[in-house]
Design a protein around this ligand. Sequence first.
Ligand code: NAD
Ligand code: MG
Length: 411
Amino acid sequence: MTLPTTAARPEGAPRRVSVLGATGSIGTSTLDLLARDRAGYAIEALTAFSRVEDLIATARRLKPAIAVIGDPGLYRALRDGLAGTGIEAAAGREALIAAAERPVDWAIGGIVGAAGLEPTLAAARNAKVLALANKECLVCAGAIFKAELARCSTALVPVDSEHSAIFQVLAGERPERVERLILTASGGPFRTFSRAEMTDVTPRQAVNHPRWSMGAKISIDSATMMNKGLEVIEAYHLFDVAPERIDVVIHPQSVIHSMVEYCDGAVLAQLGEPDMRTPIAVALSWPDRMPTPVKRLDFGTMAALTFSTPDDARFPCLALARRALHTGGAAPTLLNAANEVAVEAFMRREIGFLDIPELVRRVLDGLDAPAPATIADVLAIDAEARSRALAEIAGLARSVVAVAAPDSRIQ
Ligand code: NAD
Ligand code: MG
């Protein structure tokens, strides 16, 4: 991975930054940090998909050069909401990608899912530093994504808390001395549930993460443990470590964000409160550090830190992701797309919670494709996996959920 070696901020000048996914959980945490140093940053682009009122309010407060809404039907609302501010308004996927491509010192990829691939790649081309939260980019297009970053000499700094932890404890160490990466996982809200107890859990229960406050999709991924599977693939691409050297350990307190074991037996860990503003600040200030208002750990009152091994029988998604990584080629792209469709169907209550891994498994079993060589290949594999997953959902008709009311809090 390419590490930034110098602070990208020229003496005295504000750093130009763009925030992709500005209305989401990662986006709002990022803007909270940026808003604390208004003189230090000039915001180039803010993007969102559908929460136009949030985008307008944020743009009015932070004055980007351009605000883009992904849904073209919301263009008028955005334009009218920004009238008289001098902020450029734009809408639609092409406009969003074009805004992402504007040259900046630092950009954060906070869009959720494979929908973020093209905008994040666009940002990667013209940003000096890309802070990456959108792990699905690396899962579905890892090698192509990294090649583009290298071609453009863009530094990649991970934002995912586990990868940020590893990034921090790897600093100054020699890669060949690394024996193991140890990703911690909270275990999610159903950590202690039997499979029988998971059968009828609702989206509302699944998004209710015990330790982190996040967007709906990653919260469901945490509940199935697919999130940790995606993170194993993400770690493989970020740190060039063989899959069998990437371990996962359940650590429900989410105090240790991940660890690296070295050849001498030393294990280095990074700890902190579960607040994404810390890993975002690490990426924003790298190779320096910046102050944040994040709550500090209190070791005097801290509960015991506990660890256990993941249970593949109750949480098959982690093994499915490892299988996709081992298979290589198109498999991680298929896995990611099938999972996105399954999570959306679960949120709409069209399938049950345990159908999520089943659907992913069926798509992995049923489809094969050559390894993608271009982004167009990735998008074609992604589309094929999505239509296969939708066809499988039709076959997984569950009469019990067909009559259930949608969970209104989930969007
Ligand atoms: P979120 O749902 O809260 O926000 C997603 C953002 O993406 C929103 O601003 C939304 O408008 C935008 N978006 C959605 N679909 C889009 C589309 N088709 N085109 C353009 N923009 C679109 O999600 P989040 O929790 O902030 O997660 C964002 C990414 O960061 C995910 O990949 C997630 O895995 C990763 N991540 C999140 C956290 C966290 O704490 N939230 C932690 C680690 C990694
Ligand atoms: Mg994570």
